[in-house]
Design a protein. Structure first.
Length: 371
């Protein structure tokens, strides 16, 4: 007991933290285990000779309980259980054989049978307990994932009913104006409004179906050498009208970098990042460029907008998630743009990310292997 007290005091003073310190202290566990076995065995030979016979039986039961507790609480990676069982039950059997009493023969037989059973179970029971614990952890995690998925689906349905309702209501109002107006100019504007509303609905449906196909693994990546300068120019050109409408200036940095990826998926990921910046960043300028980082190339979309709150950075690429700081903005969509970008990057063996070091807006990137 004094030895254990000294070792516990030393551990509290030293407070090992690093892996190297734990390796240094690891042999102490074996020393403590040996001392524990020696302590239990010494109880049999040092204390029990001075106890009356009925107290000896009580001590024997107490030692049996300690041995069973050892099996139930076996430290990971420490294999001293069987020596402890053999020493304790063997010592008890030998003691009662050498000190005859009314029940000595039965106690000796019980010690031998009980010890043999515990030795046989010592390798099975901890494994079964560990597997049961791991299975419980898996079940708890699965339940948490199911609850998260259900919450995400609930948010999606609420968002879908709201966001789809807006263009549908607009289309109905424009259609009523179209049917009730006799002015050719008013009818033309109403028809354009109906067309724009249905175009918005189509974009929403395309966004959802594209994400569902990605999530189901229905899309495949066809690897090729992708000229980033050409992809950047094409994608920026496609988003110029939306940028002008939002009064955002799109700027590009020319480059001759080549990456390994699917040209269509690279363009889609870049388009998602640019679209997200135009729609939500409230920026004046968006810069699109690429830079090499060792064996990788990062395709950057940087804006001077409101940025991403630290609380949102860990979940911004999750499906059905939008930033919490809207700055008075009424947001549409389902929060699938960045989630889709992440899945497409994964298909190409790359990744998308957000650089929190950028302080004057936000900086998103697509990282792929350089050719």
């Amino acid at each position: 007991m004094a030895f254990w007290a000294v070792m516990v005091a030393l551990s509290l003073v030293a407070k090992p933290q690093s892996e190297a310190e734990f390796r240094t202290w690891a042999p102490v566990v074996y020393v403590l285990a040996g001392a524990y076995i020696a302590g239990l065995t010494s109880v049999v030979w040092v204390l029990m000779p001075y106890a009356p016979y009925d107290l000896r039986l009580v001590v024997a039961l107490f030692l049996f309980g300690l041995v069973v507790n050892l099996i139930l609480n076996k430290p990971e990676g420490i294999n001293f259980i069987r020596p402890a069982i053999i020493c304790v039950t063997g010592s008890l059997a030998a003691f009662f054989a050498l000190h005859p009493g009314p029940w000595s023969s039965a106690v000796v037989l019980f010690c031998l049978l009980f010890g043999g059973t515990l030795v046989a179970l010592s390798g099975v029971f901890p494994t079964a307990m560990s597997e049961a614990f791991n299975a419980r952890q898996v079940a708890v995690q699965a339940l948490a994932d199911a609850q998260t998925a259900r919450a995400a689906t609930t948010r999606f349905l609420a968002s879908a009913s709201h966001d789809l309702g807006q263009p549908l209501n607009s289309a109905r109002l424009y259609f009523d104006r179209l049917m009730g107006s006799t002015s050719g100019r008013d009818r033309l504007k109403a028809a354009q409004g109906v067309e724009g509303a249905f175009e918005a609905i189509g974009q929403m449906i395309d966004q959802v179906t594209n994400y569902l196909r990605l999530d189901a693994g229905a899309l495949a990546s066809r690897e090729a050498a992708v000229q980033l300068g050409q992809v950047i120019a094409q994608t920026v050109e496609q988003h110029e009208p939306a940028a002008r409408t939002a009064r955002v200036v799109l700027r590009t940095l020319s480059n001759r970098l080549v990456v390994a990826g699917d040209p269509i998926l690279v363009e889609r990921v870049l388009g998602n990042l640019i679209h997200n910046a135009i729609r939500h960043a409230q920026a004046r300028t968006i810069l699109v460029g690429a830079k090499r980082h060792g064996s990788m190339v990062r395709l950057w979309v940087i804006d001077d907008g409101v940025g991403i709150l630290p609380a949102d950075q860990a979940t911004i690429f999750d499906p059905y998630v939008q930033g919490s700081d809207h700055a008075g903005e009424i947001r549409g969509g389902y929060g699938l743009g960045l989630a889709s970008a992440r899945l497409m990057a994964d298909l190409m063996g790359g990744r998308v990310g957000y650089d929190p070091r950028w302080r004057n807006g936000s900086a998103f990137f697509l990282e792929l292997s350089a050719c």
